[in-house]
Design a protein around this ligand. Structure first.
Ligand code: NAD
Length: 361
């Protein structure tokens, strides 16, 4: 399996190094024959090549089996015409990664204030309010006069339908519950369409329990009773905001391990940003990107019938759970380890699990 690795900005290089170390250990244990191919992206690429994402990278990624993208300082990138492109948007749009699947769960043995839960937010990734990807040409934001701005939101039946089916399929593999999050009381046309299409799609999944919740009320419900939810589907911006909340409820923003998925490609990416406030201090939690990488392996295994990849993904998730239980984690989740040491702890657990699983003699 060939994987392109783009470390990114801020804490990106630190968490990507820890993730690559875990990936190498998993490759060795499960004989995955993984080749990692590193390239610059974000500020490093802007300095070297005059653009945050070189167009050649798209071909490199298309011909690879997967992509790991570290967080980038997207807020710094103002003008696409000057090469300041949001790499995350670039790959989501050009690889048609329409589903952003964002699991959030608590871990036994770690304190959490909101009770145990295990849910997944499935966020539409290619349209909505995201001005940098919702237009064929130009931006979805217009400055009409110096004092007047218009931000356009695009909702299409096609995108609603595919995210709805992806969510229903996932829910059918889990606890068979789907919650549609929307604001159809105000955005009657756009969110009305999203709600109708999701309800219609859900009808073709017998046994699937479906409800819907207004996005503002959802903020209260998910804090009050997170265990009530299984799979939650939302449009792009609502899903983005909601999934940061659910990651933090699970213990830390650094725990949410999402995967961007499309018909042909998938991209592992942390749920959080480049965290400039803690960059270079060896304190960032690498688990979000590590879990995301595990989802990438599982996705590859499911597509190719490679059971070893799915076994590796489960082993990584198990090792993360063990590290959490043992407190061999970073400070944001109550441990004392640095980023690199937290990655090494997961590698050691993976290796010792392998040793105990090997029959002696
Ligand atoms: P952020 O997600 O980077 O950080 C929010 C808070 O969470 C900070 O206090 C940070 O220290 C903490 N945090 C984040 N990741 C953590 C980790 N792994 N371990 C421990 N703590 C962690 O959000 P921000 O500060 O608003 O954004 C910083 C930059 O990241 C901005 O330029 C923003 O545009 C960009 N961003 C990029 C992506 C992406 O590349 N996919 C996503 C979101 C934000």
């Amino acid at each position: 399996m060939r994987i392109v690795v783009l470390p990114g900005d801020g804490i990106g290089p630190e968490i990507t190094a820890a993730t690559s170390a875990v990936l190498r250990a998993a490759s060795e244990r499960f004989q995955l024959n993984i080749n990692l191919e590193d390239h610059a992206v974000g500020h490093a690429s802007l300095e070297m090549f005059g653009t945050t994402v070189r167009p050649e990278l798209l071909d490199a990624v298309k011909s690879a089996d997967g992509l790991i993208l570290g967080p980038t300082a997207t807020f710094d990138f103002k003008e696409e015409a000057r090469g300041e492109i949001n790499p995350s948007k670039y790959f989501r749009k050009n690889l048609d990664l329409f589903a952003n699947v964002r699991p959030a769960r608590t871990y036994p043995g770690r304190p959490n204030r909101f009770g145990a839960f295990d849910l997944v937010v499935v966020r539409e990734n290619t349209e909505g309010f995201y001005a940098d990807r919702n237009m064929e040409q130009g931006s979805g934001e217009i400055l009409v006069t110096p004092d007047v701005a218009i931000s356009l939101r695009r909702i299409t039946k096609t995108c609603c339908d595919r995210i709805a089916h992806a969510s229903c399929k996932l829910a059918m593999k889990r606890r068979k519950r789907l919650t549609i999050v929307h604001k159809a009381n105000v955005l009657k046309i756009g969110d009305g369409m999203f709600l109708d299409v999701c309800r219609e799609a859900a009808r073709s999944y017998p046994g699937l329990a479906v409800d819907d919740v207004l996005v503002d009320a959802m903020m209260a419900h998910v804090v009050r009773q997170p265990e009530r939810f299984d799979v939650i589907v939302a449009t792009n911006m609502f899903g983005d905001i909601l999934s940061d909340l659910t990651a933090e409820l699970s213990g830390s923003l650094g725990l949410g391990g999402p995967l961007d998925v499309g018909p042909l490609h998938a991209m592992a990416q942390a749920a959080h940003g480049s965290a400039p406030d803690i960059a270079g201090k060896d304190v960032a939690n690498p688990i979000s990107l590590i879990l995301s990488m595990a989802l990438l392996l599982a996705w590859h295994g499911e597509r190719t019938g490679g059971l070893r990849f799915e076994a590796a993904a489960s082993a990584i998730e198990h090792a993360v759970g063990a590290a959490m239980r043992q407190g061999r984690v970073t400070r944001d989740v109550g441990g004392e380890l640095g980023t690199a040491a937290a990655g090494r702890a997961i590698v050691e657990i993976l290796q010792s699990d392998a040793a105990s699983a090997t029959p002696s003699g």
